[in-house]
Design a protein around this ligand. Structure first.
Ligand code: AMP
Length: 192
């Protein structure tokens, strides 16, 4: 199964993608996680991406397209994958179309989590509080200023992907404001 999760930051894409990973035995490809790993490892890409990520802006299409193209070609993606946080712009979606066409594969579905954007700042603050309480490390872009910038980036650059994928007939929309188990059940029903 080859899936994309669409939705603003804090919509629950990562949580739902992790659940499907276990259920279907396919990897979750989070470009955010891959970039954070590159930053932590101090690679060239990491050095170029860090300031942009901390400001809540988008890393260049060129960097993420290359990361995804390489990753999709890995043996563990042969049975499918879940893209979480990619594509995030129409040019990235077009690049993905050609990456997939070049490998002779196609997407099965694009699952969009619809959420009330007003509620997302509170969700981010809860996530930070839970992480701190558990003794974890808070993401450097999980602060009100960067988060608002991430939401603006989403509205301006990523939201047009709903229309892009609606035209392919593969877009499925789920109410992301419901509790986690309800969202999981709705996604499972959609993917049957
Ligand atoms: P995320 O973990 O998906 O919230 O991503 C964290 C940050 O990584 C974003 O705010 C961007 O700076 C960067 N990023 C992740 N995925 C992409 C992407 N597909 N295109 C551009 N930037 C990305």
């Amino acid at each position: 199964m080859r899936l994309i999760f669409l939705g603003p930051p804090g919509a629950g894409k990562g949580t739902q993608a992790r659940y499907l990973t276990e259920k279907h035995g396919i990897p979750q490809l989070s470009t955010g996680d891959m970039l954070r790993a590159a930053v932590a490892a101090g690679t060239d890409v990491g050095k170029r991406a860090k300031a942009v990520m901390d400001a809540g802006q988008l890393v260049s299409d060129e960097i993420v397209n290359e990361i995804v193209s390489d990753r999709i070609g890995s043996p563990d993606c042969s049975g499918g994958f879940i893209l979480d946080g990619y594509p995030r712009t129409v040019p990235q979606a077009e690049a993905l179309d050609s990456i997939l066409a070049g490998k002779g594969i196609a997407l099965d579905a694009v699952v969009e989590l619809k959420v009330d954007q007003e509620a997302l700042v509170a969700r981010m603050e809860n996530r930070v509080a839970e992480t701190v309480a558990a003794g974890g490390t808070v993401r450097s872009d999980d602060n009100p200023e960067a988060f608002k910038r991430r939401l603006t980036e989403y509205r301006e650059k990523t939201a047009p992907l709903s229309a892009y994928y609606a035209m392919t007939g593969k877009l499925r929309t789920v109410d992301g404001m419901a509790d986690v188990d309800t969202v999981t059940a709705e996604i499972a029903a959609i993917l049957k």
